[in-house]
Design a protein around this ligand. Structure first.
Ligand code: 8YV
Length: 339
């Protein structure tokens, strides 16, 4: 059990914060070891509330909705670890956390397949106009069925899939594409090893080449300041008018205003979006369009995977507070400096 001695030498449980609602069983597990300040009402903290909530706790579990930066850490003098229930960690100012001696952790691997499945599902929904077709049925238009007057889509099978961001999830999508007979091209910060390229039969190309050649483009790269608006008006102009674009990466990777304009002007065929600039807000022009499939950031959202993400975040907090190396530590330099 994780315990610390207080000045009166009685055993007290260390205090931790759980900033978003989690599964009740996971909360009970945490309560065995910690005094837990939870937020089961799931009301997202304002930056001021987050700063207050972090003061006096030794660990915290947060999600992408909590920004951990200098301001949030200002009064967090006892804080040792913040565990993101998310693989992406652009909500963390990692240098600020390292400077404050706070371990940062995330939840890789446990969500790879679920997220790759969803990337493929969103791609299919987008190319085959599935949500638009559902609206068609609900609007009582089925009697207008005709050979030429259905929502006609684009094929996936034997088309060219372009993946930007070829980490674990990107490679998972490439592997799924193989069974559809797709040709896979990719662009990534660094080229994969020959063995990894072979495993997903993917060919490395420049970003521009990928945009020109691909029938379907899927974005799976992490958000960084350098990746801001990786896809803007200029990039959209390179794409085929028959092409689709799917973003399961992060809002801000795509210039949503430029995308809405390209979709309005039919510069590309359709888009599927799970993430948005300034989410949970969605660009108002995107909301007006029928050639875009919209999802509320659910790529990792299966019961099994969300439970695995929470469990891994708990494991990270427990390890850090027990003086062990957390399984998915991001700022590993913190351990090196204490060696
Ligand atoms: C999370 C995600 O649900 O893991 C990620 O990077 O985008 C999602 O799986 C989301 O970030 C909430 O923390």
């Amino acid at each position: 059990m994780t315990t610390v001695n207080n000045s009166k030498s009685s055993l007290v449980k260390p205090k931790i914060l759980v900033a978003r609602a989690i599964f009740p069983e996971a909360l009970l597990k945490l309560e065995e070891q910690f005094e837990v300040q939870s937020n089961q009402s799931d009301q997202v903290f304002t930056p001021e509330e987050l700063k207050k909530a972090l003061s006096g706790v030794v660990g915290a579990l947060v999600a992408g909705t909590e920004r951990i930066d200098v301001q949030a850490l200002a009064d967090a003098k006892d804080l040792k670890v913040v565990a993101n229930i998310s693989v992406g960690y652009n909500n963390f100012d990692v240098p600020a956390m390292t400077a404050a001696g706070v371990m940062a952790t995330n939840t890789p691997d446990v969500l790879t397949d679920t997220t790759a499945d969803f990337g493929f599902a969103l791609l299919m929904a987008t190319a085959r106009r599935i949500t638009e077709s559902e609206h068609w049925v609900r609007a009582g238009k089925w009697d207008q069925w005709s050979i030429v007057n259905n929502p006609l889509g684009m094929d996936l099978h034997h088309s060219t899939l372009g993946i930007i961001g070829m980490g674990r999830i990107g490679q998972g999508i490439a592997q799924r594409a193989l069974s559809f007979g797709m040709r896979v091209i990719y662009h990534n910060r660094s080229r994969l090893s020959e063995a990894d390229e072979k495993a997903c039969a993917a060919t490395y190309v420049s970003k521009e080449e990928l945009l020109r050649q691909a029938d379907h483009v899927v974005l799976v790269l992490p958000y960084t300041a350098q990746n801001h608006h990786t896809i803007g008006a200029q990039e959209l102009a390179l794409m085929k008018p028959t092409a689709t674009l799917v973003n399961i990466a992060r809002g801000g990777i795509v210039d949503d205003a430029a995308l809405a304009k390209a979709l309005q002007e039919k510069k590309i065929f359709a888009a599927g979006l799970d993430v948005f600039e300034g989410e949970p807000k969605v660009h108002p022009e995107l909301l007006k369009l029928s050639n875009v499939v919209l999802a509320p950031h659910i790529a990792s959202a299966t019961e099994k995977t969300r439970r695995a993400m929470v469990d891994l975040a708990i494991e990270n907090v427990v390890a850090a507070l027990d003086g062990r190396r957390p399984p998915s530590l991001i700022n590993t330099e913190l351990l090196k400096s204490s060696d």
